[in-house]
Ligand binder design. Structure first.
Ligand code: GDP
Length: 196
Protein backbone atom coordinates (compact mmCIF):
# COMPACT_ATOMS: atom_id res chain seq x y z
CA UNK A 1 0.00 0.00 0.00
CA UNK A 2 1.29 3.43 -0.85
CA UNK A 3 0.91 5.36 2.40
CA UNK A 4 2.37 8.45 0.76
CA UNK A 5 -0.95 8.95 -0.99
CA UNK A 6 -2.73 9.52 2.34
CA UNK A 7 -4.77 12.69 2.56
CA UNK A 8 -6.76 14.32 5.32
CA UNK A 9 -10.46 13.43 5.14
CA UNK A 10 -12.09 14.91 8.22
CA UNK A 11 -11.82 15.70 11.91
CA UNK A 12 -14.47 14.20 14.17
CA UNK A 13 -15.30 15.49 17.66
CA UNK A 14 -16.21 11.97 18.81
CA UNK A 15 -16.46 8.43 17.51
CA UNK A 16 -20.12 8.80 16.51
CA UNK A 17 -19.09 11.40 13.96
CA UNK A 18 -16.53 9.18 12.23
CA UNK A 19 -17.08 8.17 8.58
CA UNK A 20 -19.39 5.25 7.88
CA UNK A 21 -18.22 2.00 9.45
CA UNK A 22 -17.26 0.21 6.23
CA UNK A 23 -14.01 -0.89 4.62
CA UNK A 24 -10.93 -1.19 6.83
CA UNK A 25 -9.31 1.23 9.22
CA UNK A 26 -6.32 1.18 11.57
CA UNK A 27 -6.19 3.44 14.63
CA UNK A 28 -3.14 5.15 16.15
CA UNK A 29 -3.12 5.96 19.87
CA UNK A 30 -0.63 7.07 22.47
CA UNK A 31 0.06 9.40 25.33
CA UNK A 32 0.44 12.97 24.19
CA UNK A 33 4.01 13.65 23.16
CA UNK A 34 4.69 9.97 22.44
CA UNK A 35 5.56 10.81 18.85
CA UNK A 36 2.30 9.81 17.16
CA UNK A 37 2.04 12.77 14.80
CA UNK A 38 5.68 12.39 13.84
CA UNK A 39 5.15 8.68 13.15
CA UNK A 40 2.13 9.38 10.92
CA UNK A 41 4.11 12.02 9.05
CA UNK A 42 7.02 9.59 8.67
CA UNK A 43 4.77 6.77 7.46
CA UNK A 44 3.13 9.00 4.85
CA UNK A 45 6.35 10.89 3.99
CA UNK A 46 4.49 14.13 4.57
CA UNK A 47 5.85 16.89 6.69
CA UNK A 48 2.56 18.14 7.96
CA UNK A 49 -0.19 15.56 7.60
CA UNK A 50 -0.72 15.09 11.32
CA UNK A 51 0.10 18.35 13.02
CA UNK A 52 2.84 18.06 15.63
CA UNK A 53 1.97 21.16 17.61
CA UNK A 54 -0.90 20.70 20.00
CA UNK A 55 -1.86 22.57 23.11
CA UNK A 56 -2.03 20.15 26.03
CA UNK A 57 -5.51 19.79 27.48
CA UNK A 58 -7.35 21.38 24.60
CA UNK A 59 -10.28 19.36 23.31
CA UNK A 60 -8.79 17.20 20.66
CA UNK A 61 -10.33 15.87 17.54
CA UNK A 62 -10.04 12.49 15.90
CA UNK A 63 -8.32 12.99 12.55
CA UNK A 64 -9.13 10.72 9.66
CA UNK A 65 -6.75 10.12 6.74
CA UNK A 66 -7.22 7.90 3.73
CA UNK A 67 -4.88 6.48 1.11
CA UNK A 68 -5.64 6.71 -2.61
CA UNK A 69 -6.74 3.07 -2.47
CA UNK A 70 -9.20 3.68 0.38
CA UNK A 71 -7.41 2.50 3.53
CA UNK A 72 -8.31 4.68 6.53
CA UNK A 73 -5.86 5.78 9.22
CA UNK A 74 -7.48 7.07 12.42
CA UNK A 75 -5.43 9.44 14.56
CA UNK A 76 -6.96 9.25 18.06
CA UNK A 77 -6.46 12.09 20.54
CA UNK A 78 -3.39 11.80 22.75
CA UNK A 79 -4.06 10.81 26.36
CA UNK A 80 -2.27 11.20 29.66
CA UNK A 81 -2.54 14.94 30.25
CA UNK A 82 -2.20 15.51 33.99
CA UNK A 83 -4.46 18.55 33.91
CA UNK A 84 -7.49 17.01 32.24
CA UNK A 85 -10.45 16.76 34.66
CA UNK A 86 -11.53 13.28 35.76
CA UNK A 87 -14.91 13.54 33.96
CA UNK A 88 -13.14 14.25 30.69
CA UNK A 89 -10.82 11.29 31.22
CA UNK A 90 -13.74 9.00 32.03
CA UNK A 91 -15.68 10.20 29.00
CA UNK A 92 -12.63 9.58 26.82
CA UNK A 93 -12.23 6.07 28.26
CA UNK A 94 -15.89 5.26 27.65
CA UNK A 95 -15.82 6.45 24.07
CA UNK A 96 -12.53 4.72 23.32
CA UNK A 97 -13.65 1.40 24.73
CA UNK A 98 -16.89 1.72 22.78
CA UNK A 99 -14.89 2.40 19.63
CA UNK A 100 -12.72 -0.70 20.13
CA UNK A 101 -15.76 -2.82 20.90
CA UNK A 102 -18.17 -1.69 18.20
CA UNK A 103 -16.22 -0.44 15.21
CA UNK A 104 -16.40 -3.26 12.67
CA UNK A 105 -13.94 -1.71 10.22
CA UNK A 106 -11.23 -1.44 12.91
CA UNK A 107 -8.67 -4.16 12.14
CA UNK A 108 -5.66 -3.06 14.15
CA UNK A 109 -4.41 -0.64 16.77
CA UNK A 110 -0.98 0.97 16.78
CA UNK A 111 -0.01 2.09 20.30
CA UNK A 112 2.89 4.52 20.40
CA UNK A 113 4.98 4.75 23.56
CA UNK A 114 8.21 6.60 24.25
CA UNK A 115 10.94 3.93 24.43
CA UNK A 116 12.11 5.51 27.69
CA UNK A 117 8.76 4.87 29.43
CA UNK A 118 6.89 2.03 27.75
CA UNK A 119 3.66 0.46 29.04
CA UNK A 120 2.48 3.16 31.38
CA UNK A 121 -0.87 2.58 33.05
CA UNK A 122 -3.12 4.03 30.35
CA UNK A 123 -1.13 2.29 27.61
CA UNK A 124 -1.67 -1.02 29.39
CA UNK A 125 -5.38 -0.39 29.87
CA UNK A 126 -5.78 0.40 26.21
CA UNK A 127 -3.90 -2.73 25.14
CA UNK A 128 -5.99 -4.89 27.49
CA UNK A 129 -9.19 -3.46 26.00
CA UNK A 130 -7.95 -4.11 22.47
CA UNK A 131 -7.00 -7.71 23.31
CA UNK A 132 -10.43 -8.17 24.93
CA UNK A 133 -12.05 -7.00 21.70
CA UNK A 134 -9.78 -9.24 19.57
CA UNK A 135 -8.11 -6.25 17.96
CA UNK A 136 -4.44 -6.96 17.19
CA UNK A 137 -1.94 -4.43 18.53
CA UNK A 138 1.36 -3.11 17.24
CA UNK A 139 3.19 -1.44 20.14
CA UNK A 140 5.81 0.96 18.78
CA UNK A 141 8.63 2.08 21.08
CA UNK A 142 9.13 5.56 19.67
CA UNK A 143 12.10 7.95 19.74
CA UNK A 144 14.32 4.85 19.71
CA UNK A 145 17.21 7.11 18.64
CA UNK A 146 17.25 8.36 22.24
CA UNK A 147 18.89 5.09 23.33
CA UNK A 148 22.18 3.59 22.17
CA UNK A 149 21.99 0.41 20.17
CA UNK A 150 22.63 -1.93 23.13
CA UNK A 151 20.05 -0.29 25.38
CA UNK A 152 17.60 -0.17 22.50
CA UNK A 153 17.91 -3.93 21.93
CA UNK A 154 17.60 -4.83 25.60
CA UNK A 155 14.59 -2.52 26.02
CA UNK A 156 12.93 -4.14 23.01
CA UNK A 157 13.52 -7.64 24.39
CA UNK A 158 12.18 -6.63 27.81
CA UNK A 159 9.12 -5.00 26.26
CA UNK A 160 8.45 -8.15 24.21
CA UNK A 161 8.63 -10.21 27.40
CA UNK A 162 6.27 -7.79 29.14
CA UNK A 163 3.85 -7.93 26.19
CA UNK A 164 3.31 -11.66 26.72
CA UNK A 165 1.27 -10.75 29.82
CA UNK A 166 -1.46 -9.21 27.65
CA UNK A 167 -2.19 -12.70 26.39
CA UNK A 168 -3.14 -11.52 22.92
CA UNK A 169 -1.81 -10.48 19.53
CA UNK A 170 0.59 -7.75 20.65
CA UNK A 171 3.73 -7.22 18.55
CA UNK A 172 6.42 -4.85 19.79
CA UNK A 173 8.86 -2.96 17.54
CA UNK A 174 11.20 0.00 17.90
CA UNK A 175 10.57 3.14 15.87
CA UNK A 176 12.27 6.45 15.23
CA UNK A 177 10.89 9.21 13.06
CA UNK A 178 14.17 11.04 13.43
CA UNK A 179 16.45 8.18 12.38
CA UNK A 180 13.85 6.31 10.34
CA UNK A 181 13.95 3.01 12.26
CA UNK A 182 11.02 0.66 12.16
CA UNK A 183 9.20 2.08 9.16
CA UNK A 184 9.38 -1.21 7.25
CA UNK A 185 7.96 -3.11 10.23
CA UNK A 186 5.15 -0.60 10.58
CA UNK A 187 4.30 -0.73 6.88
CA UNK A 188 4.40 -4.52 6.84
CA UNK A 189 2.00 -4.75 9.77
CA UNK A 190 -0.38 -2.21 8.28
CA UNK A 191 -0.28 -3.99 4.90
CA UNK A 192 -1.05 -7.28 6.67
CA UNK A 193 -4.03 -5.75 8.51
CA UNK A 194 -5.37 -3.91 5.49
CA UNK A 195 -4.89 -6.66 2.95
CA UNK A 196 -5.69 -9.60 5.26
P1 GDP B 1 2.40 13.36 19.64
O1 GDP B 1 1.94 14.30 20.71
O2 GDP B 1 2.34 11.94 20.11
O3 GDP B 1 1.76 13.55 18.31
O4 GDP B 1 3.99 13.62 19.49
P2 GDP B 1 4.79 14.45 18.38
O5 GDP B 1 4.94 13.67 17.13
O6 GDP B 1 4.22 15.82 18.30
O7 GDP B 1 6.25 14.49 19.07
C1 GDP B 1 6.42 14.98 20.38
C2 GDP B 1 7.86 15.46 20.54
O8 GDP B 1 8.76 14.38 20.38
C3 GDP B 1 8.26 16.50 19.49
O9 GDP B 1 9.11 17.44 20.12
C4 GDP B 1 9.02 15.68 18.46
O10 GDP B 1 9.99 16.44 17.78
C5 GDP B 1 9.67 14.62 19.32
N1 GDP B 1 9.87 13.37 18.54
C6 GDP B 1 8.94 12.73 17.83
N2 GDP B 1 9.46 11.64 17.22
C7 GDP B 1 10.77 11.60 17.56
C8 GDP B 1 11.86 10.70 17.25
O11 GDP B 1 11.75 9.72 16.52
N3 GDP B 1 13.06 10.98 17.83
C9 GDP B 1 13.25 12.06 18.65
N4 GDP B 1 14.45 12.22 19.18
N5 GDP B 1 12.25 12.93 18.95
C10 GDP B 1 11.03 12.70 18.41
Amino acid sequence: INYQTATFITSAPNIRKLPEDSGIEIAFAGRSNAGKSSALNTLTRQRNLARTSKTPGRTQLINVFETATGQRLIDLPGYGFAKVPMEVKEQWQRSLSEYLEKRKSLKGLVVLMDIRHPFRETDQELIYWAVDCDIPVLALLTKADKLKQGARKSTLLKARQAAIAFNGDVQVEVFSSLKKFGIDQLEQKLDQWFLG
